[in-house]
Design a binder for this molecule. Sequence first.
Ligand SMILES: [Zn+2]
Length: 163
Amino acid sequence: MTEFISSQRGETKMLHEGYIYSKHRADRIKTIWRCEKYQSYDKCRSRAISLNSVEVEVVVLAEHNHDPNPTLCEKAKWMETLKKEAKNSTESTRKISLRLLAAAPESVLAHVPFLESMQKTVLRARKGRYKGTTSVCQIKPKMKMLAEQKYVEIKNEKLEDSE
Ligand SMILES: [Zn+2]
């Protein structure tokens, strides 16, 4: 399965068979992708070409020097959802973070960042939207309690899993 996600900064990524690719260049017919790990310590040289036809066809040009990681793909999708929601919603930073955390796929939960760093991600995604006038909506105490309760439940489950 091939999926595409685009970040707030306009970068497009391709998720293909457990690997994440960054867009390198594109023309009318095709897009050339580089494995996201091309800049990492052990530089992966894998590239892929996707044909911009009705049905996306992907040709992988070189083998990866690492295993596929479908969980990282799921996480990438989930992080983009978080950022988009952060930008488009008026909920408080904390509420969005808790809500998305509660909605995260199980495989992603083991890899989600801490709540504080999620909140930073939300704030970063919102930068520029408020232009200095930060307005944080107050959430109803009951909603907040429920979301926090859910978060604690998830955290406890995670702790149990790792034992
Ligand atoms: Zn690779």
